[in-house]
Design a protein around this ligand. Structure first.
Ligand SMILES: C[S@@+](CC[C@H](N)C(=O)[O-])C[C@H]1O[C@@H](n2cnc3c(N)ncnc32)[C@H](O)[C@@H]1O
Length: 156
């Protein structure tokens, strides 16, 4: 049995799972391309420990594997590599438009037909308008007025 077939939900870049109420939700596969343990400047522990270490631009899953995918990629282009922000959220590469475009396509590919994709984005450095240019479809709805957006897409 493949790892994907044991899970209904994919968190494609889980980081330290901060936004989860249950950080070990039984139906969820937690993926990230980093594994690390560190201490932030305020003394808090940072643990990134995905179930699977993999790249969201090239996911190791068959088409139509998950009912729900959540995509919360790094949102920072400028941050010191050793800064707590980069440690906590990761950092975008110079090729970020292409990377996010591939990541979005991969999320849609591994989503089952009629499945839901939740995309999270913070506009601190890059506007939502710029990011949405990387995607080939429009969100259905989301919290438009906030600086941190949660947008809903459906594969249909
Ligand atoms: C904004 S953080 C996620 C925060 C997370 N949602 C939480 O609640 O803590 C973005 C994460 O994307 C990961 N990441 C960056 N590039 C990636 C890639 N190509 N594939 C998978 N994960 C990636 C980073 O390591 C980082 O942990």
């Amino acid at each position: 049995m493949s790892i994907a077939s044991q899970h209904k939900i994919l968190d494609a870049c889980c980081g330290s799972r901060m936004f989860w109420f249950d950080r070990n939700h039984k139906d969820t596969l937690y993926m990230d391309n980093r594994e690390l343990e560190d201490t932030l400047c305020d003394g808090r522990k940072l643990v990134v420990s995905p179930d699977l270490k993999a790249d969201f631009t090239d996911m190791p899953f068959s088409d139509e594997s998950f009912y729900l995918v959540v995509f919360d990629p790094p949102h920072l282009v400028r941050a010191g590599d050793k800064s707590w922000l980069a440690k906590k959220y990761g950092k975008l590469n110079e090729t970020w438009q292409d990377d996010l475009s591939k990541g979005f396509s991969e999320c849609m590919r591994v989503l089952k037909e009629n499945g839901t994709l939740i995309f999270k984005w913070n506009e601190e450095q890059v506007s939502l308008k710029e990011v949405l240019k990387c995607f080939d479809r429009e969100p259905l709805f989301g919290n438009k007025r906030s600086k941190t957006h949660w947008l809903v897409f459906m594969k249909s």
